[in-house]
Design a binder for this molecule. Structure first.
Ligand SMILES: [Zn+2]
Length: 470
């Protein structure tokens, strides 16, 4: 009996302790959520500033601070040029850029996404109010270099590792210093728009990769087909013709037409493939499919083949459809087209977040490389690679050629009507470096510029090839 009473006493004490422990935890968490709630009611700048006072830091993959909270203030990269280059990606604590890491990963940065027991554990370690750190996949040197190459252009650059899916650089211009966004001063027109993620561009000749893949995988079509390109004279009524080469390319097969970017050939090819086959191939490369990079939504690239007539179809084949919004592409997706070819037809799932670390230093699971989709067979990717290498060594992509490097690519010059109804020509390049140590795919899109994209891509890939990447 005595023994029983003693045991009962011990059990009771333990129970009381446990209840006390949980009560304290609950009180701390209640206080915390009340604070969160009062802030959330009027989410103004001051409130957000308070909220981010103890938010976690954001680091690049090479360990450079891109955002952190120090003495109760939220600060961005110490190098102002880097802070500016990272504006669209990192965002700002006032959430003027609603799709930056600061906004989209706010629960992690503030520590409000934790499980009850993790929070309880951190509360007892007196670190419950500190947020988690985030390590991104981007390299600070590549961000800076890409941004400096964009210079005064309006446009964007995306680089990613086509073997792992890690985004290495993602920059958009015009851009601002984070402090200007916070103070709401010196706001340049369209500078808050992240072109790399949300831009919807006409692909122009970069699209020719799609009918090429369709021709090579068709089985029914003759891959040795040739077309007599007569320049300004279209092959089919009201169909695709040359705008840049009025005299034409003469008789060409795929091997000549691709590096020369012959509109007559690809226009005719689209007609022979037909709408269904072209659509199917485009969709296998990610058109009309939702795309996310971790939690960040990318503008969906679209293809619409409802415009009647073979003339209209032939214009789609060269990436210049008749009518607005019939064919659109985001710069992120443009880089992925090349990434899929480079990785033997397999597109890897893109990532921007590498790891999350709690205030005690415990690291969450690191992102893993995984397949996103299979765009085409390995042998077709290899054949397209050969054509893309020829494009850079002797075709329209010569500005991307660099001695000692194997760069494959495809250019595009797309004339489109901008939001003001003005006709503008954009310069596009998609390509990659063939390298075991630096498997990098790139997209460059420059607005109101007709050829510099390949030059910038060559400069950036040759710079990247010399870096030790994490
Ligand atoms: Zn031609």
């Amino acid at each position: 009996m005595k023994q029983f009473l003693r045991n009962l006493k011990v059990v009771s004490i333990l129970l009381v302790l446990l209840v006390a422990f949980l009560m304290v935890g609950l009180l701390v968490q209640q206080k915390r959520s009340q604070r969160e709630l009062s802030v959330a009611v009027g989410e103004n700048k001051q409130a957000l500033r308070q909220r981010y006072m103890r938010a976690g830091s954001i680091y690049s993959a090479d360990g450079v601070i891109l955002a952190h909270s120090k003495n109760g203030e939220r600060e961005y990269a110490a190098d102002p040029a880097l802070a500016r280059a990272c504006l669209h990606l990192v965002g700002d604590y006032t959430h003027r850029l609603p799709y930056g890491i600061e906004s989209v990963y706010m629960p992690e940065l503030l520590g409000t996404s934790r499980s009850f027991f993790t929070q309880l554990f951190l509360d007892f370690k007196k670190q419950g109010f500190t947020g988690n750190d985030l390590i991104l996949t981007v390299d600070s040197k590549l961000m800076l270099k890409a941004d400096s190459l964009l210079s005064d252009y309006s446009g964007s650059i995306v680089m990613f590792n086509y073997r792992s899916g890690d985004i290495l650089a993602l920059v958009s211009s015009p851009r601002l210093y984070p402090q200007d966004v916070i103070d709401w001063t010196n706001i340049v027109d369209s500078s808050l728009f992240n072109r790399a993620l949300h831009g919807r561009y006409l692909p122009g000749s970069t699209f020719k990769i799609i009918p090429t893949a369709a021709l090579l995988s068709d089985g029914k079509l003759d891959v040795t087909m040739t077309v007599d390109c007569k320049g300004k004279e279209p092959i089919v009524p009201a169909g695709a013709k040359e705008t840049l080469t009025p005299k034409g390319h003469g008789r060409v097969g795929l091997a000549q037409a691709f590096p020369k970017s012959c509109n007559a050939f690809f226009g005719q090819l689209a007609v022979e493939l037909g709408r269904e086959r072209l659509l199917e191939q485009a969709e296998s490369f990610g058109f009309n499919q939702e795309l996310f990079i971790d939690r960040l939504k990318v503008a969906t690239s679209t293809i619409d083949l409802t415009e009647p007539g073979i003339g209209a179809l032939s214009w789609v084949g060269v990436g210049q459809p008749i009518g607005r919004d019939r064919l659109t592409l985001s710069p992120v997706h443009l880089a992925m087209l090349s990434g899929a070819i480079a990785n033997e037809g397999v597109l890897m799932k893109p990532h921007l977040l590498r790891q999350e670390i709690d205030p005690t230093g415990v690291a969450g699971r690191e992102r893993e490389s995984e397949q996103y989709s299979i765009c085409c067979d390995q042998h077709i990717a290899a054949a397209i690679e050969k054509l893309m290498l020829d494009t850079v060594s002797s075709g329209t992509g010569k500005r991307a050629y660099r001695d000692g490097l194997e760069i494959a690519g495809k250019t595009g010059t797309a004339e489109m009507i901008d939001s003001d109804g003005k006709s503008v020509v954009n310069s596009l390049f998609t390509g990659y470096l063939i390298s075991e140590t630096h498997p990098i795919a790139i997209a460059v899109v420059l607005e109101d510029e007709n050829r510099a994209a390949a030059q910038l891509a060559g400069d950036l890939l040759s710079y990247a090839a010399k870096l030790d990447l994490p």
